[in-house]
Design a protein around this ligand. Structure first.
Ligand SMILES: Cc1ncc(COP(=O)(O)O)c(C=O)c1O
Length: 396
């Protein structure tokens, strides 16, 4: 985003502020599609950023929804249910039942355990609906089903009239190297081969979830085009010939977001320079940041020559000594009223932070459409209401 555009947005209201650029999002998805094999579908996990779900929903094949709240958001945005992958380790029975009963069938469900699979089955039976399910194979954590148990489950239910087991899902983790991904893809490919040989079940779909790497910090080098080329070769080299859906996590959304916060105070304590900003660590979350030691890509406004910089500790508005956004950031002539612009803030920043701490306001959110027009979609929101006793009427 240009400096002029940021200056223009700063005139429209207070900081802190998130700006999500839909033009950048579209370009990003197009780039990913062009770089991946043709039999690959893209799935956007709305947890990364719910504000851009509508636009992302038009550009990807599927949207992963992990809670009733995310379901509601996507429904209100008018995204067709056929694009929903209803997922999540905690699938509430009433929610699953209502989704199965809805007029528009859900794309498919994941099953994270045998219990969840049976819950889905009974919702299908109760509503007289045949539903599509992809059980998740574990990668050795709390997600998914153990490999032997999954084999037995598929053997038992592959011909069941209530459920169409269209394939399997595998979540491998995030920010993995190609070497690790190669091992995981080989493991999944072998599993699918064994599954067919041992049970006669041939999967049509593989949903492979690995969060693609994002280079958030200064000095990090990541050759994404080489990564995508090698990853694509791994996929095309598989014996599995069905459809591959990639849920690549934050990598879709990170680059489209900018977080803008203003310096409200400066001081020098024990020889160290501190700047207090009106945002805080509850609003800007970077995977891999460690005790604010790494330097994300940040612009200082008004722009100036970075001559004779001083090292600044950038701290937020929370009452905790942990509220550091960045330590020892070299900046020239930092003063109250200056603005810090954090790049690559499109994924998880608005939803992952401890936003109720200190009852501070939630930041404004502005979308930029493809032509660069600003669309305000959320004003500052008071959070005090969530942190005080409510009048709960006694039941019965
Ligand atoms: C299927 C799948 N893919 C990817 C991810 C995470 O990717 P990231 O952490 O890079 O956003 C998750 C996290 O829950 C996931 O379930």
């Amino acid at each position: 985003m240009t400096t002029e555009k940021i200056q223009e947005l700063l005139q429209t209201g207070k900081t802190p502020l998130y700006v999500f650029d839909l033009g950048e999002l579209a370009a990003r998805i197009q780039y990913l599609r062009q770089s991946l094999p043709e039999n690959v579908e893209l799935c956007y996990a709305v947890k990364a950023n719910t504000f851009i779900a509508k636009e992302a929903g038009k550009l990807v094949d599927l949207l992963e929804i992990c809670s009733p709240g995310e379901y509601r958001i996507c429904e209100e945005m008018g995204i067709p249910h056929s694009r929903f992958v209803v997922s999540g380790v905690n699938k509430q029975e009433d929610f699953i039942d209502a989704s199965v009963a809805s007029d528009e069938p859900i794309g498919y469900y994941t099953a994270e355990s045998k219990n969840q699979f049976l819950m889905l089955l009974s919702a299908a039976e109760k509503n007289g609906r045949r539903i599509k399910v992809i059980p998740r194979l574990t990668s050795g954590n709390q997600f998914g089903i153990d490999k032997d148990e999954l084999k037995e489950l598929i053997r038992e239910y592959k011909d069941d009239s209530r459920v169409d087991i269209c394939g399997i899902q595998f979540f491998s983790g995030t920010q993995k190297t190609i070497k690790k991904l190669r091992r995981e893809i080989e493991f999944v490919d072998q599993y699918l081969t064994d599954l067919e040989e041992e049970t006669g079940y041939k999967a049509e779909k593989l949903e492979f979830g690995t969060g693609f790497p994002v280079a958030y910090f200064e000095g990090e080098t990541f050759d994404e085009s080489a990564f995508l080329k090698e990853f694509s070769e791994l996929l095309t080299g598989m014996r599995f010939t069905g459809t591959i859906t990639l849920e690549i996590g934050r990598s879709i959304a990170a680059s489209c977001g900018t977080y803008i916060t203003k310096v409200v105070d400066t001081k020098q304590n024990s020889g160290e320079h501190y700047a207090i900003v009106d945002g805080g660590m509850h609003q800007i979350v970077y995977y891999g940041q460690f005790m604010a030691m790494k330097h994300p890509k940040i612009r200082l406004l008004p722009e100036r020559e970075n001559t004779d910089p001083q090292e600044w500790n950038i701290c937020g508005s929370l009452c905790t000594i942990n509220d550091f956004l960045v330590k020892k950031l070299p900046l020239s002539g930092l003063t109250v009223g200056d603005v810090l612009v954090f790049e690559s803030a499109g994924a998880y920043c608005p939803t992952e932070g401890i936003s109720l701490f200190l009852s501070r306001e939630l930041p404004r959110v502005i979308l930029l459409d493809g032509a660069g027009n600003a669309i305000p979609v959320r004003d500052h929101i008071e959070t005090a209401q969530f942190n005080m006793p409510q009048n709960i009427e006694k039941q019965g």
